[in-house]
Design a protein around this ligand. Sequence first.
Ligand code: SAM
Length: 337
Amino acid sequence: MDDVGRRRASASEGPRRKKRTRTRDSDAFVDFTELAERDARLASHASWETLEDGTRRAKIDFTSWEATRALTGAILAVRHGARGWDVPEGHLVPTTTNRRRYVEWIERLLAVSAPEGVKGGEGVVGLDVGTGASVIYPLIGASTRGWRFVGTDVTDEALRSARENVERNPHLEALIEIRDARDENGGRANVFRGVVREGETFAFSMCNPPFFESMEEAGKNPNTACGGTEIEMVCEGGEEAFVKRMFNESLEMKHAVHWFTTMCGKKSTMTKMRALFHVLRVPAIRTTELVHGKTSRWCIAWSWSKEAAANANVPLPDPERLAKVAKFVREQTASTK
Ligand SMILES: C[S@@+](CC[C@H](N)C(=O)[O-])C[C@H]1O[C@@H](n2cnc3c(N)ncnc32)[C@H](O)[C@@H]1O
C-alpha cells in the first residue's frame, strides 16, 4: 500500500498493515562469475581467483568505471538480450537493480489503474524523461515487458549514444523512439511542454532527474565509480526544482499521461512533493522506497485519472505474494495431473 492509501485506509484493512511500502525485485542476485563467463568484456575487466576446489571466481572492482560499465553491459546482454550496450567516457553508468525496481513499481501502478486500451501490459507506452546515454529504462521496459517508449534528452552526446544503443538491438528498435527535448529557440529545455505532441498519450512518465545543485554536492562515492557528467548529475535548484518543474508542466497536460512518476535521490524531496500534492488536492498519489543493499531511492507518482483516484486506497499488488500464489497454483495443478 502507498503512503496515501495508508493514511486514508479503512478499518477493514486491520492494524497489521505494513508500515512502509518498499519495492524489491526477486532476481536482484547477480552471479558475477556466471556473467563473466558469458560476457567477454566483463571477463576482461574482472579479476579471477582460483578456489581450493579448482573452480575460478570472478571479482569486480567497483572503483573502476570501466568495470562497472562492463558489468551493466553484461547484465543487459545476458539478462535482457540488449547487446552491444555502451555509454561515452565518463558518463553515468546505471546500476540495473534499482532501475528494474522502478520499472516493476510502475507495472504495479498500472495493475491498479491504467488508461483505456492498456490491459495486462498490452499497449503500454511510457515517456522516459532524461533517458540518458544509457537509455536504461526503455531497454529494460521494452525487453522485459514489451512496452513502447519515448525517451527524451537534451545533449547531443546522450541522444546519439541512446540512439546507437537502440540501433544495436533491432528487436527493440520498433519499441523505442529517442526524442530531443531541447527548445528550438535555444532556451531552457522543457520536460513535457513541446515534447509531448498534440493528441499523444502515455500510460506513464518516469524520470531519474539530476539530483544535485553542484558537482561538489554530487561528490564521489569512494566505493563505486559510476561516473556522471555535470548535465547528468546537476541542475539549477537540484532535484527538488526539477521535480517541481515537472509537476508544473504536468498541470498543462493532466490527461496526456495516466501516471506521472519520478525518482528522488533524497527522501525529503519525495515527502515535500507529497505534502504539496496533498495541499493541491492531486486526486491520486503513490510513493515507494526502492531498496538495494544500503542504498535507497524514493519514487512518487501522481495522476488526475478518475480511475486512479477511485482506486487511491487499493493496495498495489505485492510481487512476492503473487509469485508465491503462482507457485502454489503450479504445484496444485501438477499434482492433479
Ligand atoms: C541522472 S541522468 C539519468 C539518466 C538515465 N535515465 C539513468 O537513469 O541513468 C539525468 C538525465 O536527464 C537529462 N536532462 C536534463 N534536463 C532534461 C530535460 N529538460 N528533458 C530531458 N532530459 C533532461 C540529462 O541530460 C541526463 O541525461
